[in-house]
Design a protein around this ligand. Sequence first.
Ligand SMILES: Nc1ncnc2c1ncn2[C@@H]1O[C@H](COP(=O)(O)OP(=O)(O)OP(=O)(O)O)[C@@H](O)[C@H]1O
Ligand SMILES: [Mg+2]
Length: 293
Amino acid sequence: MSDASTSQNLPIQSAPAAESELDTALARPPRVLAVANQKGGVGKTTTAINLGTALAAIGEHVLIIDLDPQGNASTGLGIDRASRRYSTYDVLTGEATLRDAIMTTAVPRLHIAPSTLDLAGLELEIGQTRDRAYRLRGALAPLNVATAGMPGFSYVLVDCPPSLNLLTVNAMAAAHAILVPLQCEFFALEGLSQLLKTVDQVREQLNPDLTIHGIVLTMYDSRNNLSSQVVADVREFMGRKVYETIIPRNVRVSEAPSYGKPVLVYDLKCSGSEAYLRLATEVIQREKELCTG
Ligand SMILES: Nc1ncnc2c1ncn2[C@@H]1O[C@H](COP(=O)(O)OP(=O)(O)OP(=O)(O)O)[C@@H](O)[C@H]1O
Ligand SMILES: [Mg+2]
């Protein structure tokens, strides 16, 4: 599905990384970030798609895992339903490996494991099994190294559904860190304490190393005083956990998915694309700080 026009539009590294450099980068296991917030419509999927695209554009090898039965990340990346041969449902029920489900996208270095509506029934299917919370972690384990015909990945972004259900718990149990999109609206902070409590529980019971990577403020409207008040409140409450980058409300961002494209491909110069590129740089910077202690 590679699309030559895409590479012309994206600010892709001009020179390919040297072989040895690439080998070192891919010899490390991928960093797994769960994009989570149980609130609906706050920008989780938009962030997974566009942060993933921006990371790929600056040279990272990225896999997006669509863990939402709505399948918006898959559709937004132009993966039509009929072509989803294996989905994350098949992976979590053990009927397929993650490698089986991974598909290429029109963006170089960006892959996706798509979801289908079946995923809504996962809890009924595996809810009574002992390893139910570790299905995604188990599926990710063989992904650490590049194998024939498949790249290794430096980043895995998991797009979570708007719920603290078994799917989100699987994402949190498999992740190194959580990235929380927060919409700049009146009730932004409502629900955040519940999310943080769930993260604490997952850390205690399932994944002791889990951290909050950061909080990204989304859909900021500079004409609205409320937006800047929300930014001030969230920064006061969460301090340095909040990324410097704020994603503006931008109509190009909301148009792009209906063309099956990330906004960076749809309109690279718009304010939304620029913001997601800045966020990618900040995520990589924060990664360096987290990984060096
Ligand atoms: N920066 C933005 N500017 C304008 N519209 C945006 C922006 N970010 C997201 N949107 C729009 O807001 C809506 C919700 O975004 P998105 O689907 O990313 O949220 P979500 O948290 O994944 O939702 P859900 O909880 O249903 O999975 C979408 O229509 C999306 O196109
Ligand atoms: Mg979503």
